[in-house]
Design a protein around this ligand. Structure first.
Ligand code: ASP
Length: 326
């Protein structure tokens, strides 16, 4: 290289496909809802996509509607993230995903990956066949973020906004800007391929992530954790049934219960009594607020422990990981 000549830096980004609306196809270009998710391959999604200074490669991990997401796909996805992040030449990983359970997959990866490089999940609210699809721009933004030096942890990019995995929630069933980070606010914004950062990257301590990953990788089957909701007229029948099932020695008996509690973690008295019986029978019980914003504020002592800022679906994942045998 002669003096004054600048060597163009090329960052390698791996795009892992799991399906979703971003890979969905409808019969007509005007149809944004009557489509089948997970129809287009991830190689086709990156075809022709040019992000300056980035070399892309793609791998299909699954091609499903994310409403059907399960432990098997999470297991495979986490393993591929670990594999690619360990390669020196890889700057970051992008995961294309459906919006319905995006926050769950993001939180799961956040818990099991000590990601000192970026893992960026992205999605679309309109299928690839739409007249004006949102997927290509989201994917471009996610790739740009994954290629940036200094970016860390598991994030979600949608509609120009970067959300941290612990805070992100789908809050709208139709709008292209379907996600919120609640009270915490986004980590940043992507504008013309550049990042405007608002707060620090979400990371999990390496030792904790390694331990969760080790348990998730070793577990033959993941502990069954169910969510029950506290609401007006909530009863005890469902929880009592799960306790009976467990006491009867059912093969996949429930090991944990998350109660989607009202307001600041309150639970209907009848349901609460049933949950205390469940705890006495050896089932782990956690309260998480049903509210979209805020977190359970510690106050008077409650008989059941709470999940703090975690939503019920994220509290379920945290409880599942904590119940896994090492
Ligand atoms: N049902 C779709 C999915 O989650 C919705 C979407 O991607 O927007 O895969």
């Amino acid at each position: 290289m002669t003096t004054g000549e600048k060597k163009e830096r090329t960052a390698r980004v791996v795009v892992l496909g799991t399906g979703g609306t971003i890979a969905g196809r409808a019969r007509g270009a005007g149809d944004n809802v009557g489509y089948t998710a997970g129809e287009v391959s991830v190689s086709d999604l990156i075809e022709g996509l040019e992000v300056p200074g980035v070399a892309l490669c793609a791998e299909q991990v699954a091609n499903i509607d994310s409403k059907d997401m399960d432990a098997r796909v999470w297991h495979a996805l986490a393993a591929r993230c670990v594999h690619w992040l360990a390669q020196d030449e890889v700057a970051g990983v992008v995961v294309t995903h459906g919006t319905d359970t995006l926050e769950e997959t993001a939180f799961f990866l956040h818990e099991v990956l000590a990601a000192s490089k970026p893992v960026v999940l992205t999605c679309a609210m309109r299928p690839a066949s739409a007249l004006v699809p949102d997927g290509p721009q989201n994917l471009r933004d996610a790739i740009a973020l994954a290629a940036m030096p200094g970016v860390q942890g598991v994030t979600v990019v949608c509609a120009g906004t970067v959300h941290g995995a612990p805070d992100v929630q789908k809050v709208h069933p139709y709008r292209v800007d379907a996600f919120s980070s609640g009270d915490m606010g986004p980590v940043g914004y992507i504008e013309e391929g550049r990042l405007r950062q608002a707060r620090s990257w979400p990371t999990t301590p390496a030792g904790q992530a390694r331990e969760s990953m080790r348990k998730a990788a070793l577990a033959v089957s993941w502990p069954r954790v169910e969510i029950v909701t506290s609401h007006a007229g909530a009863g005890a029948a469902l929880v009592d049934l799960l306790v009976r099932e467990r006491e009867g020695g059912a093969v996949e008996a429930v090991q944990g219960l998350v109660v989607a509690a009202t307001g600041n973690g309150s639970v209907h008295a009848t349901l609460e009594q049933a949950l205390l019986r469940a705890e006495a029978a050896g089932i782990s019980v956690v309260r998480a607020t049903r509210c979209a914003f805020g977190q359970i504020v510690p106050g008077a002592r409650h008989a059941l422990r709470d999940a703090g800022a975690l939503s019920p679906v994220k509290a379920r994942i945290a409880l599942m990981l904590s119940l896994m045998q090492g």
